[in-house]
Design a protein around this ligand. Structure first.
Ligand SMILES: NC(=O)c1ccc[n+]([C@@H]2O[C@H](COP(=O)([O-])OP(=O)(O)OC[C@H]3O[C@@H](n4cnc5c(N)ncnc54)[C@H](OP(=O)(O)O)[C@@H]3O)[C@@H](O)[C@H]2O)c1
Length: 176
């Protein structure tokens, strides 16, 4: 299994403000692009999502992952509503154990989402690609995308795509 990250950040590197505030992202005008999101989701076999991100997604009332299997990392059972359109299951496993489970199920390419979850998969050396869409806003504090590492992770810039509204999408490959 190998993992990819697809995420939006403020220019100062946060994925959410204090208390998970996302107004800087959801309230911004995205223009008429989906920033490659649909194509990216189509390219993965499954998602691994932290519980906080899953709860946020559920609260939006929108489901954008079709019938892709979703493994929600959590210490608690999921409370899925009647008529839930997706395929989600709770897992309490380390990144390497999640990877082994994906391998067992024949799931090769996984979309990893959520700050804590992304950081743990990076530390485990399981992330191969990172796509970051940066918004031109400074929010000062909140939940950072990146965190402590045991060793440097070298990246190669694959492309950098500016959009008319000032958003910039960078794609990196992990090289070590
Ligand atoms: N800007 C963006 O594009 C973007 C994208 C995604 C998310 N977000 C935002 O980022 C915030 C969420 O990020 P986050 O850093 O708080 O964390 P997260 O990774 O979404 O969730 C962390 C939680 O997942 C559970 N967890 C993580 N690893 C686990 C493991 N190995 N085993 C069992 N449970 C595990 C724990 O929950 P429990 O112990 O409570 O079960 C932990 O508190 C939300 O505000 C979300 O809206 C923004």
């Amino acid at each position: 299994m190998h993992a990819s990250v697809y995420i939006a950040t403020s220019l100062d590197g946060f994925i959410a403000g204090e208390d998970g505030d996302l107004e800087w992202l959801t309230g911004a005008d995205p223009g008429d692009s989906d920033y490659g999101f649909a194509e990216f989701v189509a390219s993965v076999d499954a998602l691994v999502m932290g519980r906080n991100t899953f709860d946020f997604v559920m609260a939006t009332g929108e489901w954008v992952y079709g019938d892709k299997p979703i493994f929600v990392l959590s210490h608690r059972p999921l409370d899925l509503p009647n008529g839930f359109p997706g395929r989600a299951e709770s897992m309490e496993l380390s990144p390497h154990a999640v990877a082994a489970e994906c391998d067992r199920r024949g799931l090769d390419h996984v979309y990893v989402d959520g700050g804590e979850t992304i950081q743990s998969f990076l530390r485990a050396g399981l992330v191969r690609r990172i796509i970051i869409t940066r918004l031109p806003v400074l929010i000062g504090s909140g939940i950072p995308l990146f965190g402590p590492l045991r060793a440097d992770i070298d990246l190669a810039l694959v492309r950098s795509t500016p959009y008319e509204n000032g958003w910039i999408q960078d794609e990196y490959e992990v090289v070590s």
